[in-house]
Design a protein around this ligand. Structure first.
Ligand code: GLC
Length: 438
């Protein structure tokens, strides 16, 4: 079973010529079955962003020890920013001779990487039976055109963080259920306590800003894609974006949010300078580290993100990492051994407890010790289990740039929401159209 070079392969290979083609061929063969020659041993190169927890080294050392004399893992540090990581990876994979074997990458990548033929189809190894042990949404994020191209590694969801102490002082006893409630509560608590910001989030023009904008659109019942049809030009989507903008125009937060990323929001909240924060689940762990946080875990409450009207399904995004295998790997067996090791219960537990990386196996969520030592697992359980994937498309990275541009323009007040959804509709349609005709 030799994979045919299709039109896309030719386009992709571009100037790389025969050397690239030969490599692509050997990789495609290695991917066909029991691993081929190269699969029987060697060093597996593992690419991930920088680790700020110290647990990645421990994890990888553990693999070397377990497979001593058989396999070894070599770490390649990739950019921390998801777009930077993707661009670097794409440039390498395009040449067909990257030495990376396993990629710990963003949950939004499979469609794009797989449609270019850059990922190994793991359907035979990551069987339905194995899949059933993982959180469903995370598994599904790896599926493209009926095949599975990755294994869940770390999960996370968009959550609402709030200052319990400040809300109580302003006579609020519960987290807000709707965006309107959030705005009222933020304004009052901010005024009563003299806190700098009512609400902080990620409004910068980048992937994080896309996530924030999408969460508002979803929470009003809007969406961006249905299958491969663009549906963003709707009153619901425009209403969602109007609420996004109103966080600034109604004084809940300031224009500073238009440049905020995860780190800025986190630093502001942990300094005690915000009543509410939208951020990923991993931030919770930092509140118990006095070196990083001036507020204590007892002061912090967590809930799913608000929605438009009470009773609606939560609309927080899935922010997660999966493990993918480069289609041209010569170490398929070693790569798979590494993936199995990384996702095994002991390793998932160690990383959750010591590194606040949330586990992806269902049984972790029943583990008493884990629930006790990593409180966000219980506190954020609903959000983690209902987290929504971003649009799945082979053209996601181009679509994301356009969404980032329009969402940020709305937030700044430069573009009206209805104009932004209209513009996006035609921009996204033309990206898909061009992709199909390429
Ligand atoms: C987090 C999420 C990732 C998302 C990114 C946006 O890293 O895990 O899925 O794309 O934030 O900034």
């Amino acid at each position: 079973m030799i994979r045919r070079l299709d039109r896309r392969d030719f386009l992709r290979l571009g100037g790389t010529g025969l050397a690239g083609m030969a490599l692509l061929g050997s990789g495609a063969l290695a991917g066909c079955g029991g691993g081929g020659e190269g699969g029987s041993g060697g060093t597996v190169t593992y690419a991930e962003g920088p680790d700020d927890t110290g647990t990645l080294k421990k994890l990888l050392d553990g693999f070397d020890k377990k497979y001593e004399g058989k396999y070894k893992v070599k770490y390649r540090e990739m950019p921390a920013d998801t777009q930077g990581f993707f661009d670097k990876l794409r440039t390498e994979l395009q040449t067909g001779n990257s030495d990376i074997d396993v990629i710990a990458g963003d949950v939004i990548w499979p469609a794009q990487l797989a449609s270019n033929g850059w990922l190994l189809d793991l359907s035979e190894r990551f069987t339905k039976d194995l899949q059933s042990k993982f959180i469903k949404g995370n598994v599904e994020s790896n599926v493209y055109q009926g095949k599975i191209y990755g294994v869940p590694f770390v999960t996370g969801a968009g959550l609402l963080y709030y200052r319990k102490d400040l809300l109580e002082k302003s006579d609020f006893s519960k987290a807000p259920k709707t965006w309107d409630e959030l705005k009222q509560m933020a304004n009052k608590a901010q005024e009563d306590s003299g806190t700098k910001f009512g609400f902080v989030f990620q409004g910068g023009e980048y992937e994080g800003g896309v996530v924030n904008g999408l969460e508002y659109i979803w929470s009003y019942g809007g969406d961006v894609l249905k299958g491969d049809k663009v549906v963003v030009d709707s009153p619901e989507a425009a209403e969602g974006l109007a609420t996004y903008r109103s966080m600034i125009s109604d004084g809940v937060t300031t224009q500073a949010m238009t440049t905020y990323k995860e780190e800025e929001a986190q630093a502001t909240f942990l300094r005690g300078d915000a009543v509410f924060m939208r951020n990923w689940s991993y931030v919770y762990a930092l509140t118990s580290d006095p070196a990083q946080s001036e507020i204590k875990p007892e002061q912090v409450g967590l809930s799913t993100l608000p929605v438009a009207t009470e009773g609606q399904e939560p609309a927080g995004a899935l922010g997660a990492t999966n493990l993918y295998v480069n289609a041209t790997t010569k170490n398929e067996d070693a790569a798979w051994a590494l993936i199995q090791y990384m996702t095994a219960p002991e390793q998932q537990k160690m990383r959750a407890i010591e590194g606040a990386r949330l586990p992806v196996t269902k049984r972790s969520y029943k583990d008493k010790e884990l629930r006790e030592k990593v409180p966000v697992i219980a506190l954020g359980e609903k959000a983690l289990k209902t987290a929504r994937p971003r649009p799945v498309s082979p053209y996601y990275s181009d679509m994301s740039l356009k969404m980032a541009e329009q969402f940020a323009a709305v937030l700044r007040g430069d573009t009206r929401p209805e104009q932004a959804t209209k513009t996006l509709q035609s921009e996204l349609e033309s990206i898909i159209e061009q992709g199909k005709n390429a």
